[in-house]
Design a protein around this ligand. Structure first.
Ligand code: FAD
Length: 404
């Protein structure tokens, strides 16, 4: 592959690294730029969906991911007010559709590090960090990218296409003038972790959503640094509560108390962040293409953001490989935009918003009706299958592949 076909990737988060690895494995030279010295280890995405585990096989990542993560065959919806398990969904229903009828719970930075380790095998996978992408440009047959290193020196890199994987605040998206329509939820989320084994104490599965009109909680288990397990709890903060209040031990212990009727529990991490639902107005401008959070962001309920970003990256990498062999670039990149933008809206945005609304429904009658619907879905084999197929993003991938 000629050097002039090098692909530039702005952002070495999960989507940038996986996209780059896919290209490198197919002999395409790749340069990734990231402003962080190493992948951040704060609490972000934690779930690898069945659809991702299938796609990762092609990258040689799945075995290592299975070794590092916790396998979760079920997820629960509970009524937090009564502690009743309303519905327990079984990924085993997917066994005819996937080689991995379960999710893997693993911290995001470990997934990124696994992909970076695999990329070391390919001399043409180059990563520059810490360097900040300042500007991108394109001509008729090339792209250019200005990056600044820690000493302040600016260098310009040239490639055939550029993929913007630089996250929700994407400089690439802003530079090409693409809108990012949607909204920001009024409340912030506080992600808290504890080593106390909530499965043993309260019968939780490794992924759980406990509905409540204003104090809902999402709970999941990840391996933690020593692999023995850490529980992550996502609590919403009320708009009138200050950051200081919400980050305090008192506030967090009060949440444990009301959710689990227990505690105080040891607190390992706490991290507040704002949550957005936005989709880029288009995913492509000429030779510059957006993927992952640069193209769409959503709330974390359901574990879909990073996983849908992997689908973007792999879909796009396959097209860039075909373009490298002479296929029509406009046709393929326009198809990428149609496939991934539409499914980001119809699946990830729609489902993550529906999940949050179900978790926090305030009207007692509507709430009772929604929880009852979950009971009915779980007891109906076809609806149960459709529900896990959709929530595990298998439906999203299948739909995207059918869009021409
Ligand atoms: C605080 C937080 C908590 C989250 N929690 C959850 C969760 O609980 N569950 C869930 O499913 N999802 C969660 N997410 C979302 C999930 O982390 C993202 O969907 C996922 O990281 C998307 O991957 P990405 O590679 O597209 O973008 P990112 O992970 O944002 O990676 C972008 C990369 O680009 C780099 N970058 C940015 N700008 C530049 C620049 N100008 N130059 C060079 N490099 C640049 C950044 O350093 C970063 O490495 C969370 C996100 C955040 C921010």
């Amino acid at each position: 592959m000629a050097e002039k076909q090098r692909i530039l990737i702005a952002g070495g988060g999960p989507v940038g690294v996986v996209t780059g690895l896919y290209l490198a494995r197919h002999g395409i030279p790749v340069t990734v730029f990231d402003k962080a010295p190493k992948p951040p280890e704060d609490h972000r995405a934690a779930t690898l969906q069945p659809s991702t585990l299938d796609l990762f096989e092609e990258l040689g990542l799945t075995e290592s991911i299975l070794q590092q993560g916790f396998k979760s065959h079920h997820f629960q919806w509970r009524d937090r007010a009564t502690h009743e398990v309303v519905a327990e969904f079984d990924y085993g229903r997917l066994s005819d559709l996937t080689r991995h009828p379960y999710v893997i719970q693993l911290e995001q930075h470990k997934t990124v590090n696994t992909a970076l380790e695999a990329a070391k095998e390919f001399g043409d996978f180059v990563i520059h960090r810490p360097v900040e992408v300042l500007a991108v440009r394109q001509g008729a047959d090339h792209v250019e990218c200005d990056v600044q290193d820690e000493s302040g020196e600016i260098t310009t890199h040239r490639g055939s296409y550029l993929v913007g994987c630089d996250g929700g605040r994407s400089i690439v998206r802003k530079t090409i003038g693409v809108s990012f329509e949607g909204f920001t939820w009024p409340e912030r989320f506080n992600i808290v972790s504890t080593p106390v084994d909530l499965a043993e104490k309260h019968g939780f599965r490794f992924r759980n959503y406990c509905a409540h009109p204003d104090r809902w909680v999402s709970l999941m288990k990840v391996p933690g640094e020593d692999g023995t397990g850490l529980w992550r709890c996502v609590f919403p903060a009320k708009t009138e509560e200050t950051d200081e209040e919400v980050m305090s031990d008192e506030w967090i212990q009060a949440r444990f108390k009301e959710c689990m009727n227990a505690g105080p529990y040891e607190i390992v991490h706490r991290n507040m962040y704002a949550v957005h639902q936005r989709v880029a107005g288009c995913f492509r401008s000429g030779r510059i293409v957006l993927a992952g959070d640069a193209a769409h962001v959503n709330n974390p309920i359901g574990g879909m953001g990073m996983n849908s970003g992997f689908q973007d990256g792999i879909n796009l990498a396959r097209k860039l490989i075909e373009i490298g062999k002479g296929a029509d670039a406009d046709q393929l990149l326009d198809r990428y935009d149609r496939q991934r933008r539409l499914t980001a809206i119809e699946y990830v945005q729609a489902q993550s918003i529906a999940n949050k609304k179900l978790l926090e429904e305030k009207d007692p009658e509507v709430r009772a009706g929604r929880l009852q619907e979950l009971r009915e879905i779980v007891n109906d084999p076809q609806r149960h299958l459709d529900f896990v197929k959709r929530s595990s993003l298998i439906s999203m991938w299948d739909k995207s592949e059918t869009i021409v």
